[in-house]
Design a protein around this ligand. Structure first.
Ligand SMILES: Nc1nc2c(ncn2[C@@H]2O[C@H](COP(=O)(O)OP(=O)(O)O)[C@@H](O)[C@H]2O)c(=O)[nH]1
Ligand SMILES: [Mg+2]
Length: 358
């Protein structure tokens, strides 16, 4: 079996990188039926011409987009305008070593439909990245895996270096914002077997990174859009509504136990808290996280135990914020309590989506 392989390379001002890149891809994929397709956003430094000049000697094609910018959308256009059954995606700046391509190809030929070159698994290494860049990258990755639980099995969902079978995107409506095309494919595509391969992410060869703060903002917009599309935003709304219902339960029980049953109000409050935690759990289990429920009675109680822990920590956070803002910063106590509730609700949501209903 020797399916055609299309290597898509997005470029913007990468003139000095295209020749060494193509030479290295050619030796890595020697004997294979492959083509390198540059998708260039009308670079001003002659990238397209430099790439086209390689085409007599190597299987290189250049697509120039005019009036458009964007790494991820360049890949979407590249997918549409090519036919290879296997598609590889990599950067032009040699941060993604072409020598990893045959390893990705092996995975696809052994039955994977997506093979990701991963920066965050055993055997991987990162070169030439300052600590801040590492922290931002890790943080961005964590954010996606937290808020988009369906990609959580992927260790490096923000990788720009991967290979996939075209059938994965056959019915996909790809509409990314910004840089992270893999995230879009993982959300909209249909994959049944995904693998990750370690590699060493190298320092940029020539030219400059195009990453800036606008891409960070685009990234957040993209994650928001993916959450919306996959119902994760609706999940947050449901969680909020259940939380509000818990306030009603809490106050109702507190009132009833104190006034009718004659309990001391602090004893009533302790019971009211636990009853509202249990009612919140039950509602969330059937309403907010129905798709992530563990089976059986054992699963139910295990998740209830976790939910209790998360909620009690949330209560502690609420109290600490209330006291801190009021006593230390002199904020009016009802305003402090709003901050406390916001902090605790955020904590609870993240704890529950990451751990309770993992
Ligand atoms: N077509 C296209 N390619 C881009 C654009 N921005 C960046 N690239 C390419 O995407 C790859 C990764 O970009 P880079 O700036 O190195 O990002 P970094 O590695 O995250 O710093 C490189 O090959 C760039 O030339 C763009 O707007 N359009
Ligand atoms: Mg780069």
């Amino acid at each position: 079996m020797d399916k055609a392989v299309t290597i898509l390379v997005p470029t913007y001002n990468e003139r000095d990188n295209v020749a060494p890149l193509v030479r290295r891809i050619d030796s890595a994929l020697a004997g294979r039926n492959y083509q390198v397709v540059f998708v260039d956003d009308d670079s001003q430094d002659g990238t397209a011409q430099a790439a086209a000049a390689l085409s007599p000697q190597y299987p290189v094609r250049v697509i120039v987009r005019r009036g458009k910018r964007g790494l991820a959308s360049a890949i979407v256009d590249g997918i549409k305008e090519t036919t290879g059954q296997i598609i590889g995606v990599m950067d032009a700046d040699l941060q993604h070593p072409p020598e990893t391509l045959p390893l990705l190809l092996d995975e696809i030929e052994n039955g994977a439909d997506i093979a990701i070159a991963s920066r965050y698994i055993k055997g991987s290494a990162l070169q030439g990245w300052a600590l801040t860049r590492r922290i931002i990258s890790r943080g961005a990755s964590f954010l996606a895996r937290m808020l988009l639980p369906f990609i959580r099995q992927v260790k490096d969902p923000l990788s720009g270096f991967f290979m996939f079978d075209r059938k994965v995107v056959a019915h996909a409506n790809l509409r990314p914002t910004g840089y992270k095309i893999l995230l879009e494919i993982l959300t909209e595509g249909e994959s049944t077997k995904l693998t990750e391969v370690p590699y060493t992410f190298e320092a940029r060869s020539a030219g400059q990174s195009k990453l800036n703060v606008f891409q960070e903002i685009d990234y957040l917009k993209h994650v928001y859009s993916l959450m919306k599309r996959r119902g994760e935003l609706l999940r947050m709304v449901k969680f909020g509504l259940v939380g509000l219902s818990g306030v009603g339960v809490n106050i109702g029980i507190l009132y009833w136990l104190t006034e009718s049953a004659g309990l001391f109000y602090l004893a009533s409050a302790a019971i009211a808290i636990e009853v509202s935690i249990i009612s919140n759990f039950s509602l969330n289990d059937y309403f907010t996280f129905a798709d992530r429920r563990e089976p059986g009675v054992k699963g139910f109680f295990k998740q209830m135990g976790k939910f209790n822990l998360v909620s009690l920590f949330g209560l502690a956070i609420n109290t600490i914020v209330l006291v801190m803002f009021t006593e230390l910063f002199g904020v009016y106590y009802l305003i402090s309590q709003l901050f406390g509730i916001a902090a605790a609700t955020t904590w609870n949501y993240l704890g529950d989506i990451w751990w309770t209903w993992k």
